[in-house]
Design a protein around this ligand. Structure first.
Ligand code: AMP
Length: 201
């Protein structure tokens, strides 16, 4: 399974991605986590990304696409993956489409998590206290939501046009949302096998 988790910051997609990854036996790959690790280790990538991330803006498409290309070339991603936080712009989505088709691979599904904006802000402020993330400050939260609406939300239509989109209501307990995720993944599996058998018939 090759699955993208789409949704605004604070929509719970990180938590759901790591849980689904365990259930499916594939890696959950978070571009935000890879970048935070690079910042901690003060690598060249980390030095370029740090201030952009602290402002709640997006790291350049070129850096991100190169980074994800390297990560997906690792052995554990050959059987599939769940992407959390990538792609985040139309340019990234297009570059990713080209990357996958170059490898003869196709996406299985894109799950779009929706949560009302007031709840997103509340969750991120809670996370700021619990985890101390540098970009969970009130001004940065507002900027991240604005950037999401401007740059990332257009991907909903991009993947809907490709018949890959499943909507997930992100309001509820972690286990309630996980149930909805499982249902969406099962129905995309059924759709995938139906179209595969349709091709051979
Ligand atoms: P996240 O943990 O997914 O919320 O990502 C934290 C921050 O990392 C974002 O606010 C961006 O600055 C940066 N980032 C993560 N993924 C991407 C991406 N696909 N494109 C550009 N910037 C990203």
């Amino acid at each position: 399974m090759r699955i993208i988790f789409l949704g605004p910051p604070g929509s719970g997609k990180g938590t759901q991605a790591s849980q689904l990854a365990k259930r499916l036996g594939v890696p959950a790959i978070s571009t935000g986590e890879i970048l935070r690790e690079a910042v901690r280790k003060q690598t060249a990538l980390g030095q370029k990304a740090k201030s952009v991330m602290e402002r709640g803006e997006l790291v350049s498409d070129d850096l991100i696409v190169a980074m994800i290309g390297e990560r997906l070339a690792e052995a554990d991603a050959r059987r599939g993956f769940i992407l959390d936080g990538f792609p985040r712009t139309l340019a990234q989505a297009r570059a990713f489409e080209t990357m996958l088709s170059g490898n003869g691979d196709a996406l299985s599904a894109v799950l779009n998590f929706s949560v009302p904006e007031a709840e997103l802000t509340e969750r991120m402020l809670g996370r700021a206290q619990a985890e101390g993330r540098a970009d969970d400050r009130p001004e940065t939260i507002r900027e991240r939501l604005r950037v999401y609406r401007e740059k990332t939300e257009p991907l909903v239509g991009f993947y809907r046009d490709r018949d890959l989109l499943a909507e997930i209501d992100g309001v509820g307990s972690v286990s309630e949302v996980a149930g909805r995720v499982d249902e969406a993944v099962s129905s995309s599996r059924r759709a995938g096998s139906a179209s595969a058998s349709g091709r051979t018939a």
